[in-house]
Design a protein around this ligand. Structure first.
Ligand code: SAM
Length: 268
């Protein structure tokens, strides 16, 4: 087997502390024969803990140089798929039953990966991810905090979020420049159903475009100034507020108001 060379471009910061790997796997509360996806098994430190749980494990690893090593270590205990997790159609791999995801994610795929997870949220019963701490804090943020924003709303729209624990750089090889953290996502049973989700996310985006500005100012990017005035009478949200003070249900109220406004005025 040829000597393995780490690839920074693939976010290869391998975990070296078995206890952390165990702690991550414990957060998934796995049952025997449950379907689990691991993204980026690397050299298999998490994989090894997952195999111990006797789950039905599928690992997606982009780096073909790691495949022989993983095959040798785990043999038939794991289904190894040598692909880019962002480029495949997840539907082709999803079983009928719900799946749990457990992964120490490569930093550079965090956003597109999370986006894909939200699109298939109902297929997963739990998602346990190690990601950059700064991103984990934004995902788990409370209203009004400096970390609260579009990403918070987006992930919390689909999932109940728990911040697990922080992990320092010293337990990786090579060490990353930043701290990491483990987050736990559980699909919401009370996920809001909106007729025009695209519009909702557009309002959220516009609302946060300039965090320091009031809603009435930011919303001018979406609706003409006189219509913003009219909006005041169509929803109970004071437009002098800033987006970071609005809860999900208040954003929905704003969205309902804007939909009414658009209907009444035939706006695009
Ligand atoms: N799980 C191992 C651990 O904890 O030590 C490795 C984690 S390392 C942070 C990320 C792993 O994801 C690497 O093995 C890398 O090759 C793999 N990877 C990077 N981009 C990927 C992608 N788009 N699809 C699948 N695997 C990817």
């Amino acid at each position: 087997m040829k000597k393995f060379r780490m690839k920074k471009s693939l976010g290869q910061h391998f975990l070296t502390d078995k206890n952390i790997a165990k702690k991550i796997v414990n957060l998934a509360h796995l049952q025997e024969n449950e379907n689990v996806w691991e993204i980026g098994p690397g050299r298999g430190i998490l994989t090894n803990e997952l195999v111990d749980q006797k789950c039905i494990l599928t690992c997606f690893e982009i780096d073909s140089d790691l495949i022989p090593l993983l095959k040798k270590r785990f043999n038939s205990k794991v289904e190894l798929i040598n692909v880019d997790i962002l480029k495949i159609n997840w539907q082709d791999y999803l079983p009928k039953e719900k799946v749990k995801i457990v992964a120490n994610l490569p930093y550079q795929i965090t956003s597109p990966f999370l986006y894909k997870v939200t699109k298939k949220a109902h297929n997963f019963s739990k998602v346990v991810l190690m990601i950059q701490k700064e991103v984990a804090k934004r995902i788990a943020a409370d209203i009004g905090s400096k970390d609260y924003g579009k990403l918070t709303l987006k992930i919390q729209f689909y999932f109940n979020v728990d911040y697990g624990f922080t992990v320092g750089p010293q337990v990786f090889k090579p060490q990353p420049k930043v701290n990491s953290a483990v987050i736990i996502l559980r699909p919401r049973e009370d996920k809001p159903i909106l007729e025009d989700e695209e519009l909702f996310w557009h309002i959220v985006k516009v609302g946060f475009r300039n965090r320091r500005k009031m809603l009435r100012r930011n919303l001018r990017m979406l609706i003409p100034k006189p219509q913003v005035e009219k909006l005041k009478s169509l929803c109970n949200i004071a437009l002098t507020r800033r987006a970071e003070t609005l809860s999900e249900s208040e954003f929905i109220e704003l969205y309902d108001g804007i939909r009414k406004l658009k209907r009444d005025n035939d706006l695009d």
